[in-house]
Ligand binder design. Structure first.
Ligand code: FUC
Length: 759
């Protein structure tokens, strides 16, 4: 037995320090993380996230639970989702002033009155950190990594000829964070594990193997609990004042779970039996054991992650630490492997931060180390939350959209109140900022907070979920009611302009320019939600009267206009400034994510969109760049898309691959991942288009498992910049129109019967 252990530990040592293998799919570093934002590595299971620093002497594992928020009724009993009462009368007045040509007065009144109440908006919170002293100091052969495929963070080093290894993962099926400590020599692990709460800690109780910690959030008193236990092999374990002390163990596993009383239910937003959740998870952990938990975790993660695989022939500097690779890329722009890594990192983080049972991924996914994070780390819906989820359908991770759909659904009730109070309208509405307590009012400053198109824009995700998956029962029971109520708001919000067209009033193009009527963004969202509702109702064969109404409204919308510079006008008036490089490019909504502007369907508008996009430039904040890459992909310009992708990777990606606005904002990661998918496959026009925006430098490659609308999975192979083959697997069968370059093909596919197609 001893001999076997020795052989195993030698093998172990070799494995721990080997160069990363060519097929290692992840990031790696030869030094511990110094800072949280730039260097620590994220793990997560949708409910919880943790950032692993990989420090030697005192390890820090900062963690979160996604429902841990300050704000809401717990903070202020009269909190009403940000709504002030009776603001609709001002809206009517603003509309009349615009009609009377008194734009300045209208704008002034809108800025003053069409705003929400900031009080008790709250913020996403930090839960706290595990602080783990190891007794190590000077070590050699240091390595830490994040394996995207196994969804594990690893840390290893050598101290006095003993190799120490740590494995961290977050299991979704077992709802646990798991931290394992191993050594190549028995009896060498000593740990002093402490919990440093970022909130009020009211009770620390001993439980078998560790502690339960209870407390509440400083501001709103939201209750939470965390359980942490250690299972040690060999050595001793002592529980002292909330600390777990391990001496002389062969190996140790920590199981950690946290939950809160938050419940996604209006208006109280509480009532979850959080104590039962943590107790169950810990009891099960002990019964099940590390190996089984790890196995279940791996299977769960890989079921999703392995669906897509991208290969691009070319340089792959995988033997260089990821931080240095990014530096090198800035100079050379030549590391196809790093580009693939960024694409994969988005998929990894989506699986880690958005799983059914919890809230959707917020501005930072699930990772946040502050009680006062930038933009409250909330749900911004004038681009950010939507951008998070584009990739979920295209890269075949439809399951991860469930939290978003449930969240949107949960906004209907508070959104109805806002529609009434601010617009005297039926239906539901939401604006730029949304918290977890049904804040649907406009933000507290008009010039970023007023965006009533957010609800319709969010609702389009419920439609896309149908469009990709084609589950008619879901369309009927879940998506259509949300959509129909979102469009109901527009039925009443749109007004007739002097020229007889329908416009939104007041209207604001995010987050700059004049307050006006009928800004392009609003008109496009209106067009989109009407089109979606028409299509959905026709599929379900319901609401024929409404379909007639919606068609009529759509035809009366103030049309998109091409301005004096040849640009797509951002406003109804021709006001665009070619020097304007504002990060928001929402007036191209119709190009992406919408489908009102397409190169084949509307060539003139497409050219105008291109002019506008060129004005805005090739740089920007993380998400702004990510959106622009998507636009260039939709404009079928692979080289320009790739240039901007390179700009993002060079300028807006931190050493741990987090996208930065700055600061860290996850939308840019997810948006970039979607952009890569859209460069290789598009299906928004009703046809499936192969390699629509393939950059020259991606001359040879392969991707498997992308998903197109119509519940169809697509694999593509290309060489010398030309498609070699496409393999199509239509899960429900059906007829599809295929496009490659200027060629079309019609094809009938049997359900679940892959077919190879050549052009
Ligand atoms: C929008 C953007 C900001 C930032 C914030 C979270 O309001 O204008 O740049 O991304 O969301």
């Amino acid at each position: 037995m001893k001999q076997l252990l020795l052989i195993l530990s030698i093998f172990y040592a070799a494995a721990a320090f080997a160069e990363p293998a060519k097929n290692f799919d992840g990031s790696w570093y030869d030094k511990p993380a110094k800072g949280w934002e730039r260097e620590a590595l994220p793990i997560g299971n949708g409910y919880m996230g943790a950032m692993i620093f990989g420090k030697v002497g005192t390890e820090v594992i900062q963690f979160n639970e996604k429902t841990l928020w300050d704000g809401g009724k717990g903070m202020w009993a009269d909190y009403q989702g940000g709504n002030y009462q009776g603001r609709a009368k001002y809206l009517k007045e603003v509309q009349s002033l615009f009609k009377a040509g008194k734009d300045q007065q209208a704008s002034k009144l809108a800025s003053k009155k069409l705003v929400g109440n900031q009080r008790a908006y709250g913020a996403y919170q930090n839960f706290g950190s595990l602080i783990i002293k190891t007794g190590h100091d000077q070590v050699t052969d240091y390595r830490r990594s994040l394996d995207f495929k196994k969804a594990e963070a690893l840390v290893s080093y050598k101290d006095d000829n003993v190799i120490f290894t740590r494995t961290h993962f977050a299991s979704y099926p077992d709802r646990l964070l798991v931290h394992r400590f191993e050594a190549s020599q028995n009896a060498s692990i000593n740990l002093d594990i402490d919990f440093k709460s970022a909130q009020q800690l009211t009770k620390t109780k001993t439980i078998a193997g560790g502690f339960s910690y209870e407390g509440n959030v400083h501001g709103n008193k939201m209750k939470w609990q965390m359980r942490l236990i250690a299972v040690n092999n060999g050595g001793s374990r002592e529980l002292v004042n909330g600390r777990i002390i391990i001496i002389g163990a062969d190996s140790v596993v920590l199981y950690q779970v946290a939950a809160t009383e938050y419940k996604q239910s209006y208006p109280e937003y509480k009532g979850t039996d959080y104590l039962a959740i943590t107790e169950k998870a810990i009891t099960k952990a002990v019964e099940k054991g590390y190996d089984n938990i790890r196995e279940t975790h791996r299977t769960d993660h890989q079921t999703l992650y392995n669906r897509v695989k991208l290969n691009i022939t070319g340089k792959d500097n995988f033997t260089t630490p990821t931080n240095e690779r990014i530096q090198n890329y800035k100079e050379s722009r030549d590391d196809r492997g790093l580009e693939i890594l960024l694409f994969n990192f988005g998929r990894y983080m989506m699986i880690a931060s958005s799983r059914p049972g919890s809230l959707p991924a917020n501005l930072q996914g699930v990772w946040n180390n502050s009680n006062n994070p930038q933009w409250t780390s909330d749900y911004h819906a004038n681009i950010n939350l939507q951008m998070n989820y584009w990739m979920a359908e295209t890269t075949n991770l439809a399951e991860t959209v469930t939290p978003l759909i449930e969240f949107i659904d949960s906004l209907r009730e508070p959104g109805r109140v806002t529609a009434k109070e601010y617009y005297d309208a039926e239906g539901w509405v939401a604006h730029t900022m949304i918290n977890t307590f049904g804040f649907t009012a406009p933000g507290w400053k008009f010039n970023w907070g007023y965006a009533p198109n957010a609800a319709a824009w969010l609702s389009r995700h419920t439609w896309e979920h149908y469009n990709f998956g084609r589950d008619t029962t879901y369309l009927q029971n879940t998506a259509y009611p949300i959509l129909k109520e979102a469009v109901l708001f527009w039925e009443q919000y749109l007004t007739v302009d002097d020229d007889g067209t329908l416009v939104s009033s007041p209207s604001f193009s995010p987050e700059h320019g004049p307050i006006t009527v009928g800004s392009t963004m609003d008109q496009q969202v209106a067009y989109d939600i009407l089109s979606i509702c028409i299509e959905a109702a026709e599929i379900l064969e319901v609401d024929a009267d409404k379909v007639t109404l919606w068609r009529n409204m759509r035809s009366r919308l103030s049309p998109l206009k091409i301005g004096k510079h040849g640009q797509l006008q951002e406003w109804k008036e021709d006001l665009d400034d070619p020097q304007d490089t504002h990060r928001h490019v929402n007036h191209l909504y119709g190009l992406h994510p919408g489908r009102q502007i397409t190169p084949r369907g509307t060539p003139e508008l497409t050219e105008a969109a291109k002019v506008s996009l060129k004005f805005r430039g090739d740089s920007g904040t993380g998400w702004s760049l990510a959106w622009k890459i998507n636009f260039w992909a939709r404009l079928l310009d692979g080289n320009r898309a790739h240039t901007l992708f390179g700009n993002l990777l060079s300028k807006r990606v931190l050493p741990n691959l987090f996208d930065t606005h700055p600061p860290f904002q996850i939308d840019g990661n997810f948006g970039a991942t979607n952009a890569v998918a859209e460069m290789l496959l598009q299906s928004h026009t009703g046809s499936i288009e192969f390699l629509p925006a393939l950059p020259d430098v991606w001359s040879e490659g392969e991707i498997t498992g992308l998903r197109a609308r119509g519940n169809i999975v697509v694999d593509l192979k290309w060489q010398k910049n030309k498609l070699v083959s496409a393999t199509l697997n239509a899960l429900d069968g059906g007829d599809f129109k295929l496009i490659y370059k200027n060629k079309n093909k019609l094809i009938s596919l049997k359900a679940n019967t892959p077919k190879i197609v050549h052009f």
